[in-house]
Ligand binder design. Structure first.
Ligand SMILES: NC(=O)c1ccc[n+]([C@@H]2O[C@H](COP(=O)([O-])OP(=O)(O)OC[C@H]3O[C@@H](n4cnc5c(N)ncnc54)[C@H](O)[C@@H]3O)[C@@H](O)[C@H]2O)c1
Length: 252
């Protein structure tokens, strides 16, 4: 009798809300078991409940991506529960709206620690398992601001853009280092309607609808669809790639 194939496992940081949650739900609908990690303990419980209600297998891990040792511990607990990690989606992130005159050293360190070091922490934690498995896909959520530096009206300014540009460098460097069995790619969302951007969408949504060739503000599902593609496409000949999901707002 043919051996039953185990369901693939995805870890999603920032999985309690927005793009991370939509990605977790999308991957569950494609047969994945998902471990969602987030600092927001209430939201993560609600997200896990919503995923389980659709029949999904879910682990919830309350975690601060800034902590190197916590990432190691969380990954060890996923391995203990499910024995494998097929996909890592790094979606945890924060904005930083201050300009150079107002920003403090503490503000700079925080956005770098969450957005860039957090991505490093989780890549570092999963890679030994992916190397052992000779299989793995890492998908980092960056931002179109990494290319543009943001616009004067953007929710975030230069420090956020710098952290997200760092994520692109990390993505490309790891893609070179981790082939042939592990792929590393990035997704750069434009303006997507989530709790992170709610105020901006209210203020600037109409302008984006007018300016973007696709004439609407993005939804978390728009990004999740691309995450699913990168997580599942077969055969796969893509690594180190950066995909913009911004309705064509920034066409380079
Ligand atoms: N919404 C947009 O327009 C947009 C555009 C470009 C890029 N992004 C990026 O997409 C990713 C997801 O953003 P979103 O819009 O879904 O926002 P969101 O606020 O809905 O989700 C982000 C999640 O990250 C979690 N998080 C924050 N700090 C954390 C920490 N230290 N440790 C663990 N979890 C933490 C939050 O609790 C939240 O659940 C972020 O990296 C963001 O920078 C979003």
């Amino acid at each position: 009798m043919a051996k039953e194939r185990k369901k693939p496992v995805a870890i999603i940081t920032g999985g309690a809300n927005g793009i991370g949650l939509a990605s977790a739900q999308r991957l569950v609908s494609k047969g994945f078991r998902v471990a969602i990690c987030d600092i927001a303990s209430d939201a993560i419980a609600a997200a896990a409940q919503a995923i389980a209600a659709t029949g999904g297998e879910v682990l919830s891990l309350v975690n601060d991506v800034r902590s190197h040792s916590e990432a190691q511990k969380c990954v060890a607990s996923v391995i203990e529960a499910w024995g494998q990690i097929d996909v890592l989606v790094n979606s945890a992130g924060i904005s930083q709206p201050k300009g150079i005159v107002d920003i403090t050293e503490k503000d700079w360190d925080l956005v770098m620690d969450v957005n860039l070091k957090g991505t490093f922490n989780w890549c570092k934690a999963v890679v030994p398992h992916m190397l052992r498995q000779k299989r793995g896909r890492i998908i980092n959520i960056s931002s179109v601001n990494a290319h543009t530096g943001g616009s004067p009206s953007a929710v975030s300014k230069f420090a956020y853009a710098a952290s997200k540009a760092g994520v692109l460098g990390l993505t490309r460097g790891l893609a070179q280092e981790l082939g042939p069995h592990i792929t590393v790619s990035a997704v750069c969302p434009g303006l997507i309607d989530t709790q992170l951007t709610a105020a901006l969408v209210k203020k600037r949504g109409a302008a984006v609808e007018e300016a973007a060739p696709l004439r609407r503000v993005g939804k978390p599902e728009d990004v999740a669809a691309v995450v699913e593609f990168l997580a599942t496409v077969e055969p796969n000949y893509i690594t180190g790639e950066v995909i913009d999901v911004d309705g064509g707002l920034w066409i380079n």
